[in-house]
Design a protein around this ligand. Sequence first.
Ligand code: CDP
Length: 233
Amino acid sequence: MIANYCTFLIAIDGPAGAGKSTIAKNLGKALGFHYLDSGAYYRCYALAALENGIEAQDETHLRQMVHTTAVSVQYPESGTPVYFVNQRDVSSDIRSQRVSLCVSPISQSPAVRDAVNLTLRKIASSGKFIIDGRDIGTVVFPDANLKFFLTASSQIRAQRRHLELQKRGEDVSLSQLKSEIEERDRMDSERAIAPLRKPEDAILVDSSSLTPDEVVAVMSEYVEKAHQRGLIR
Ligand code: CDP
């Protein structure tokens, strides 16, 4: 059993559709940690940019938008977090395909990245957190207690996203999703600031042939080992 730590941070980075949010949520539940989904914050700003007609290259207007847009999250006792943009519940809108298509370009904006990083660092300044994203273990929290890099083949990731969208009633072909996911990987990995890459000290977990429960079990073992070895105080 994991002891109660004052501050304990687990970073989970990886490409689109690797299952980070499901795993982070379930691992959080299993360990009694809070879960922060950094991608959801980027999605909130991407939705705001879309609705205000601001292009990804328009740094001046993105910077203004960040200052005038209130992004917040509420954690109900049970159930999933609720995201708000200027007090409007956008939890469903931010998962739509139109947001998925513009979030990577928008997240290249330094103003947007600064805003998200500031929020994450403020929230996670004390307590037990699992945070998932692209640059959590490399840039936002390089001193995280434990780092994972969760990946899976692009075919499997596209299949997972396909199922997710089908449940939302959005019909996108599997081959189209696979190329969109690969394009998003490319943009996230090749960008100049905070590119997606495995932190050197991260544990690589390939979820291609693992169920979510199996991934959570693998990660829980690492958390327990780190605790036993006294690496986590
Ligand atoms: O859920 P999915 O894996 O599709 O992506 P997400 O976690 O919701 O993140 C959406 C997008 O936000 C990513 O493709 C990145 O472009 C960006 N992002 C980022 O740049 N840095 C992060 N820490 C998290 C997300």
